[in-house]
Ligand binder design. Structure first.
Ligand SMILES: O=C(O)c1cc(=O)[nH]c(=O)n1[C@@H]1O[C@H](COP(=O)(O)O)[C@@H](O)[C@H]1O
Length: 232
């Protein structure tokens, strides 16, 4: 796999037209993420468009519900033949198992990824808002292990945790990192960040990089700059 094929760009836009415009602006991007905003607005039409253009798809709907509802949602999403699909690890063991059972019953299943802890949460908000009484790195490790033990294919975590997760979960577990910021970019609402090169060196399989590219005045140039950086 070429290094640039390890960068997933999110289509965090309000409608189908804006999504198509973004794909056209960045013709070299091979892997796109469709998240809640676009899927709620445009539905599966965007998935059809991406497939027609031979793009890989990360359908990031972050399911978080009771096991029966998660199973039903996974069954519906799996029909779209996407590459990656997300569920929150904190939905719990039974919901994770329900997602895995649904996947096993399908002929062309996606990789199921568990979100460990959103990259917009830092140690203070974990302790004081969410009232989780253990340290943040330990919490993330426990969520990744819960996912792995229950048959999930990989985890979404920040680059700051990826080395530890790689060490504990091994090479047979996909690790996908948002919260990636080149040195020249703003962090925005991301709290646990590293640069693209640091994140890959730490053991990430894929990086999710959005606004530093898509909100720039020259998206294609920024894309090339990041690709150059990770290839050096
Ligand atoms: O599941 C995700 O992709 C995700 C998990 C997480 O913990 N943090 C996170 O930022 N994301 C997604 O990754 C993308 C990051 O976008 P930027 O912050 O613009 O680079 C967004 O589409 C988020 O929905």
């Amino acid at each position: 796999m070429l290094p640039q094929e390890r960068i997933i760009v999110p289509l965090d836009v309000p409608d189908l037209e804006s999504a198509i415009a973004q794909v056209e602006t960045l013709p070299d991007v091979t892997f796109w993420k469709v998240g809640l905003e676009l899927f709620v607005s445009a539905g599966p039409a965007i998935l059809d468009y991406l497939k027609q253009h031979n793009k890989r798809i990360f359908l990031d709907l972050k399911f978080h519900d009771i096991p029966n509802t998660v199973a039903g949602a996974c069954r519906a999403a799996i029909k779209y033949n996407v590459d990656f699909l997300t569920i929150h690890a904190s939905a719990g063991k039974e919901a994770l198992q329900a997602a895995v059972e649904t996947k096993q019953a399908s002929t062309a299943p996606p990789k199921l990824l568990a979100v460990t802890l959103l990259t917009s949460i830092n140690d203070r908000s974990l302790a004081f808002d969410l009232q989780v009484p253990i340290e943040l790195p330990e919490y993330i490790l426990k969520m990744a292990m819960l996912a792995q033990e229950n048959g999930i294919d990989g985890a979404v975590c920040s680059p700051q945790e990826v080395a530890k997760l790689r060490e504990v979960c091994g090479d047979n577990f996909w690790l996908i990192c948002p919260g990636v910021r080149p040195e020249f970019a703003d962090n925005g609402d991301q709290k646990r960040v590293m640069t693209p090169k640091q994140a890959l060196n730490a053991g990430a399989d894929y990086l999710v990089i959005g606004r530093p590219i898509t909100q720039s005045e020259t998206p294609q140039l920024i894309w090339q700059k990041i690709c150059q950086e990770i290839m050096e």
